[in-house]
Design a binder for this molecule. Sequence first.
Ligand code: URA
Length: 263
Amino acid sequence: MEQRADIKSILEWYIEADVTESCGSEAGLLQTSVAASGELPQADGKSQIAARQAISNLAQTTVAACKNARELCEKALSLEQLKEIIENFEGCALKFNAKNTVFGAGSDKAKVMIIGEAPGADEDRIGKPFVGRSGQLLEKMLRAIGLSREEVYITNVLPWRPPGNRTPTDGEVAVCLPFLRKQIDLIKPQIILLLGGSAANALLDNTEPISKLRGRWLEYTSTDKSKIVALASFHPAFLLRNGAQKGKAWIDFLRVLKKLKEN
Ligand code: URA
């Protein structure tokens, strides 16, 4: 318990000292690292110091990568420039295992922006978001409300595939979040549709489960503090495994269509 408290205070100190504006998920980062520390064996003094050092190094690296990503994003004046910046970014280790950087795709004038979690195996191989089974289901759902994938803009919280499609860590999300926020700044959609818990939690700065968040109109706050309406819904991969939930997702897509017509 004492060990946990120590690690928590080290991390809090780093985050306070190194991050002057929101990095998206500092609190999450802290939680991840503290949770990780809970798995540390009750080791002797030397191992505890080494473990604490390793955790504080990780926190420092993540905070620095986060800051670097934000600074790089400030220079991007277009989606093309942003894509190049992300392709050259080396602050997220996922990149080194990925075959491709998967940037957003669709219309740069899209009224609706759709955000998933991270590329899967097909997206990693092809280099485009939502081109596998989840993507086919997403396309069908879009078609059902009269939209094509070319009319919307589709992207992910992470531009690189986590190995084995594991859930992204809070650190990975925090580092990549500036890239996603910048895509939103450049597209300026009227509506954001968040598919799954990772996207909803990352952009709404909220930790509620998707089952609680879905179906309600919420607000995303842009870098310039303007608000964009956002709706969270189930991720198509979840719907492929839980067909009974498709009805709720259908209602969410109809809500998007209704909102689009109102605007
Ligand atoms: N799942 C996602 O969240 N994004 C993709 O691009 C593909 C599958």
